[in-house]
Design a binder for this molecule. Structure first.
Ligand code: TYD
Length: 203
């Protein structure tokens, strides 16, 4: 595989989806063939799972973790692996580290346990670089307040989001060779410049 795989991560309201699409555009401008994906979703099955996992039904932490893992396994098989094998770049709006922060840490399932259930579906398709947009949860909360709709997980409130932010910092400490923790404070363009520097600097 000679493509490059970049994932963007952050709490809800960190601006990660906007930054993922700005990054994909900037890489295309540089002549790279880029596939942009988002999790959960990106395949027909994954979009169905997204409806279930973000829908209103109560679910146990492990049911939640396994649904995200199933959507991810399908995305890897159908999209990520073929793209990397074809030498394309993949920019993912969330990947494994979302499960490590939300389910592993915030839900208390344990980072190692969540890595283990995801590993068979991911195989060797791990991101070359993961960018975590780090934002104090109160700023993310202000950004979230402007949104029209919130999903089941976002709707759980600030304590969960603070646990997720701490989870991301923990994940960044565990995998320093893969993860860059970048401040999400500032304008879209300022954050984009930091993100692009982390990606281009690593090529
Ligand atoms: P996302 O699509 O980023 O939300 P939005 O469209 O509102 O930006 O993510 C949906 C939610 O799913 C978000 O609250 C984070 C959560 N999530 C997990 O808890 N674990 C995971 O593995 C993934 C991929 C997402």
């Amino acid at each position: 595989m000679n493509g490059r795989f970049i994932s963007l991560e952050g709490v809800d309201g960190s601006g990660k989806s906007t930054q993922a699409s700005m990054l994909a555009d900037a890489l295309r401008d540089r002549g790279h063939d880029v596939v942009a994906v988002r999790e959960p979703g990106g395949t027909a099955l994954g979009e169905d799972i997204r409806e279930i996992v973000l829908g209103p039904d109560a679910m146990s932490p492990w049911a939640e973790a396994l649904l995200f893992a199933a959507a991810r396994a399908q995305l890897v098989a159908d999209v990520v692996r073929p793209a990397l094998e074809a030498g394309r770049w993949v920019v993912a709006d969330r990947f494994l580290d979302s499960s490590l922060a939300y389910q592993g840490t915030a839900r208390g399932l344990g980072i190692d346990q969540v890595v283990q259930v995801n590993a068979p579906g991911i195989g060797d398709c791990m991101p070359d670089l993961t960018i975590i947009l780090d934002l104090v949860p109160s700023s993310a909360s202000d950004r979230r307040a402007g949104r029209a709709s919130v999903d089941r997980i976002e709707g759980e409130g600030e304590a969960l989001q603070e646990a997720v932010a701490e989870g991301y910092r923990e994940v960044a400490r565990i995998f320093p060779e893969r993860i860059a923790l970048i401040s999400a404070d500032g304008s879209l363009d300022e954050v984009h410049t930091r993100v692009l520097a982390a990606v281009i600097g690593g090529t």
